[in-house]
Design a protein around this ligand. Structure first.
Ligand code: FAD
Length: 260
């Protein structure tokens, strides 16, 4: 689909920042290519076009109602200007450990639809993200869409971001959660993913395993937090030390008390 050596450009909010990958390379505008925009309901769930703006996704009624963890993550990404120009495809391919949509996409078990001259293939988002700034995108391939099966209507969802200020902040740590409970309030399934605490956003399977059969009380959430601390590998940078990130990571699940 793309000539080698060209950088695909969606909103340009990352690509055009001086010093980024596009420096010295040609740019291929994706705008106008068919099948990359809009949100469509399919038999398997929602298909979010890679070029749909973050602002359009945040406003979408089905996303707000059925994928609130994604709407909440987008609401705290950058600023209104960034959300108007920036896209989901761009956030995925940037593959920042702090990318705000990524923990949400992980708990929603989103699948990335990749397109090239040779056809299409699909990869779970966890397999698409390989490391900081590294993805499974092959030569000449672009992200066409993200596919998400709708979670059960009663599933509780939450996104929490810790930054150095309330707006226009890159995450120091973040947590996305999707929790299914039975009628008695006991957890049936827990999906937890963190951002800015490892080389990529990642699920925390040991912390997830701490919750089924229990209520979302302080004790259970602190246990999940202890396990998250064991699963992450935070680094220090100009925003926070590794020790602060580890401390914060253990406390993030307490925010889920609001769901209880
Ligand atoms: C001031 C500022 C604040 C920001 N704040 C945040 C923040 O709080 N949280 C956050 O997560 N991010 C933040 N960002 C980063 C950026 O805005 C987001 O990652 C955004 O989603 C990028 O989308 P885009 O469409 O602008 O991508 P682009 O800049 O167009 O592209 C980004 C990368 O993805 C590639 N690409 C884009 N679309 C595709 C596609 N469909 N297929 C293949 N490759 C593709 C490009 O080649 C490039 O490598 C911020 C950026 C700025 C400038």
């Amino acid at each position: 689909m793309l000539d080698d050596g060209l950088s695909p450009m969606a909103g340009g909010t990352d690509l055009l920042v001086p010093g980024r990958k596009a420096a010295g390379r040609g740019v291929a505008l994706l705008e106008g290519l068919p099948g990359l925009d809009g949100v469509a309901m399919t038999a398997q769930g929602l298909r979010l076009g890679a070029l749909a703006s973050l602002a359009a996704l945040e406003r979408h009624p089905v996303i707000r109602e059925r994928l609130p963890v994604l709407a909440q993550a987008i609401a705290c990404l950058g600023s209104p200007l960034i959300r108007n120009m920036g896209t989901m495809g761009g956030n995925l391919v940037t593959a920042s450990p702090a990318g705000d949509t990524l923990p949400a996409l992980l708990v929603l078990e989103a699948v990335v639809e990749l397109a090239s001259r040779d056809g299409r293939r699909h990869l779970p988002v966890a397999e698409f993200l390989l490391g900081p700034g590294r993805t499974a995108l092959g030569p000449g391939e672009i992200v066409a869409a993200v596919r998400i099966a709708l979670p059960p209507p009663g599933a509780s969802q939450h996104f929490e971001k810790v930054g150095r200020r309330d707006a226009l902040a890159i995450a120091v740590a973040s947590l996305a959660a999707l929790i299914v409970r039975d009628e008695a309030g006991r957890v049936v399934e827990a999906r937890l993913a963190v951002g800015s605490l490892a080389p990529t956003a990642r699920r925390c399977p040991s912390a997830e395993a701490a919750l089924p059969g229990r209520r979302l009380d302080r004790e259970a959430l602190l246990e999940a937090g202890r396990r998250i601390r064991d699963e992450i590998s935070p680094k220090g940078d100009l925003r926070a030390t590794a020790a602060y990130r580890r401390e914060m990571a253990g406390r993030l699940p307490l925010r889920l008390l609001t769901l209880a």
